[in-house]
Design a binder for this molecule. Structure first.
Ligand SMILES: Nc1ncnc2c1ncn2[C@@H]1O[C@H](COP(=O)(O)OP(=O)(O)O)[C@@H](O)[C@H]1O
Ligand SMILES: [Mg+2]
Length: 373
């Protein structure tokens, strides 16, 4: 186990105009499960490869277990990587696949056997040890790939989209397995995914990345409740937060636009007054919207229902408010049909506010403390 420390880490690929990763700062706890999440091309793999030593960092410093690893070869960094492609050797049995790196390092035969047997027990793959990879299911192959990393007993695991090749159901099972495995082994783990649900369910801390830049590093709950900016607010949570361009009127008493009028609460009023701009982004999560029939409600958005998606436990509807399509989560027994005109309401203390230009969260408001919905 070890602390991984990234200080102002950056990467410029040869010939590239801009940095693929810029000013990355993160110090893991010993034994922490850290997730890097963000859209394709935001620099997740580059960051992992720099930690692994497969790619040189061109800026900043990386320390593993207190040691600066600049110039240290991947094999000497005491890390083990698991990739999306498991790259098992097809002609070798599971046991030999798992033992391979230990044989290269000339470990004693008895030691190798013990490590492979222990890892197989942890992963529940003892009955598969004599099989060849072609006789395994996708999930079993993924377990073997994990086993190959575990036998090395590294200080740090680096996992880059290891579940991407699995079908949806198996992915859900395996992500729980990996979390359990991490709890059992307690090894510091960096895990990459583009899937926010995977990030939220697995990470103790999550670094949200965009265009090579870390947007926010926080616990899943903090990211959800206190997103630092509009990008994080839209990326974390499913379905995504709704965003409306809103005019600020009456010194921040109200936010309005085509077909909507939102009253603010005390904290938001003072934030808006301090901010002093005439336009802001208003953000509302689908789960904080509800159908409202009260004409007197302070917060009203009116529009036509475009899509109705019954999901069993809840129903998602899409409503066109002015020219903005808004997603609302309603109760399954609430009957709404395509083409209906509906009124949506939202508690004032669930409103998120962002600067219109910088898209940064307007700070000073406390969201998610009460449960008015
Ligand atoms: N070997 C490389 N040479 C040049 N550019 C690269 C190389 N690998 C990745 N990039 C670029 O760096 C950026 C980040 O890529 P990557 O780290 O693979 O993102 P992610 O894993 O988040 O999808 C992208 O713009 C990509 O095109
Ligand atoms: Mg990648």
């Amino acid at each position: 186990m070890a602390v991984v420390e990234l200080s102002n880490v950056g990467k410029r690929y040869p010939g590239a105009e801009s940095l693929a990763v810029e000013d990355f700062n993160l110090t893991s706890e010993d034994g922490e499960f850290v997730v890097l999440v963000g859209p394709s091309g935001c620099g997740k793999t580059t960051t992992m490869r720099m930690i692994a030593g497969l790619e040189e960092h061109t800026e900043g410093a990386i320390k593993i277990g207190g040691r600066d690893v600049t110039g240290v070869a991947p094999k000497d960094r005491d890390i083990a990587m698991v990739f999306q492609s498991y790259a098992l050797y097809p002609h070798m049995t599971v046991r030999d696949n798992m033992a391979f790196s230990l044989k290269l390092k000339k470990y004693a035969k008895s030691d190798i056997k013990k490590r492979v047997d222990d890892a197989a027990a942890v992963l529940g793959i003892e009955p598969l040890l004599d099989r060849k990879p072609r006789a395994l299911s996708g999930g079993q192959r993924q377990r073997v790939a994990l086993g190959r990393a575990i036998v090395r007993q590294p200080q740090v695991f680096l996992m880059d989209e290891p579940l991407s090749n699995l079908d949806a159901k198996l992915r859900v099972d395996m992500r729980a397995e990996i979390v359990k495995l991490h709890r059992k082994l307690g090894v510091t783990t960096f895990y990459v995914t583009h899937d926010q649900t995977e990030a939220m369910t697995m990470g103790q801390r999550i670094a949200v990345m965009k265009d090579g830049l870390v947007q926010q590093i926080d616990s899943p709950n903090t990211l959800y409740q206190h997103p630092a900016n509009l990008f994080v607010a839209g990326f974390i949570g499913t379905p995504s937060m709704n965003f409306l361009t809103a005019e600020v009127s009456d010194n921040g008493q109200a936010l309005s636009g085509p077909d909507f009028q939102l009253a603010t609460d005390g904290p938001r009023r003072s934030v808006l007054a301090d901010h002093g701009q005439t336009q802001v982004w208003a953000g509302i999560r689908p789960e904080h919207l509800h159908l409202s029939d009260s004409e007197s409600a302070d917060n009203r958005m009116q529009g036509q229902v475009e899509v109705v998606e019954p999901l069993g436990a809840m129903t998602m509807i899409q409503v066109l408010i002015g020219d903005t399509r808004v997603t609302a989560q309603i109760k399954p027994h609430q009957m709404v049909a395509m083409g209906d005109t509906v009124t949506l309401g939202c508690p004032s203390d669930k409103l998120y506010l962002f600067d219109k230009d910088s898209e940064m969260t307007l700070h000073g408001i406390d969201i998610g403390q009460s449960d008015a919905h």
